[in-house]
Design a binder for this molecule. Structure first.
Ligand code: SF4
Length: 260
């Protein structure tokens, strides 16, 4: 394992190194990785992080499956996990099984302890129709917080061009919200890059993409998009909401409907 990228001439533990990356060091890593292939970035991750200290999160989108294929081909020891809201599409659960079978991995499930029935008791019926931020916080953000307690870094499949909130994503970032290193190997990739990779590597993907879905989350908050619509226009349709909160620095606040 080589730590020389950060600390020349002194011996440091990987934990000390990761926890003490300066903004300049993170900037330098971003300069270095900006034009690198994501696979090369994952090779670096595999060299830098001891087994089990960094994990990849996936929502089983097109980017996520491409990244699983890359990650597994480089280092099968990097854990892959997902957040089960209990209301993902049947196609998504089926895809999870296909990926596990194809790559010989187990994709770790993290979820809230609050069942859908308990959520109704606590917050009423169909919370996602009244306060999707609260619902996302319960079913996604807090389970992610629990998941990330097990790691010192996480790998995500976000791309800059997906949304204005993601436009400034670095390849390497300090995640202030969850207090660990965040690696976004696909930050600079385009949608075309992702689908080219999927086709060339015969990666299983969610069949909903062939039915005009362009971003896939929970059943209740995802719709197909029309011609010319934004990639994430089908998510939380009718609300001024574009993110579930996993990649936002600030906590979610209740966002109103579009017409309010
Ligand atoms: S996407 Fe919708 S159903 Fe899923 S957690 Fe968020 S608000 Fe709830």
């Amino acid at each position: 394992m080589c730590f020389c990228v950060f600390a020349v001439g002194r011996s440091v533990s990987w934990m000390e190194l990761v926890m003490n990356l300066s903004p300049e060091e993170i900037r330098s890593l971003n300069d270095r990785f900006e034009t690198e292939h994501p696979g090369r970035i994952l090779e670096w991750v595999s060299e830098m992080f001891p087994v089990g200290s960094i994990a990849m999160a996936t929502g089983f989108g097109a980017e996520g499956v491409a990244l699983i294929d890359m990650t597994v081909s480089i280092d099968k020891g990097i854990p892959v996990f997902y957040l089960d809201t209990d209301v993902l599409f049947p196609e998504t659960y089926k895809l999870r099984g296909e990926l596990e079978k194809k790559y010989g991995i187990r994709i770790i499930r993290y979820a809230t302890n609050i069942t859908l029935a308990q959520q109704v008791e606590l917050h009423g019926e169909k919370l996602w129709e009244r306060n999707p931020d609260l619902c996302c916080n319960i079913r996604k953000v807090e389970p992610l917080r629990e998941a990330l307690r097990n790691y010192s870094g996480w790998i995500t499949a976000i791309r800059r061009e997906q949304s204005p909130f993601r436009a400034n994503a670095g390849v390497v970032e300090w995640d202030k919200k969850f207090d660990l290193l965040k690696i976004n190997p696909l930050a600079a990739w385009t949608k075309k890059d992702v689908w080219k990779y999927i086709a060339e590597h015969d990666v299983p993907y969610n069949p909903l993409y062939d039915k005009r879905y362009t971003s896939i989350g929970c059943v209740h908050c995802t719709t197909p998009v029309g011609a010319g619509e934004d990639e994430r226009a089908g998510r939380w349709r009718g609300f001024r909401k574009n993110e579930c909160g996993l990649h936002l620095a600030e906590p979610l606040t209740a966002q109103g409907r579009d017409n309010q």
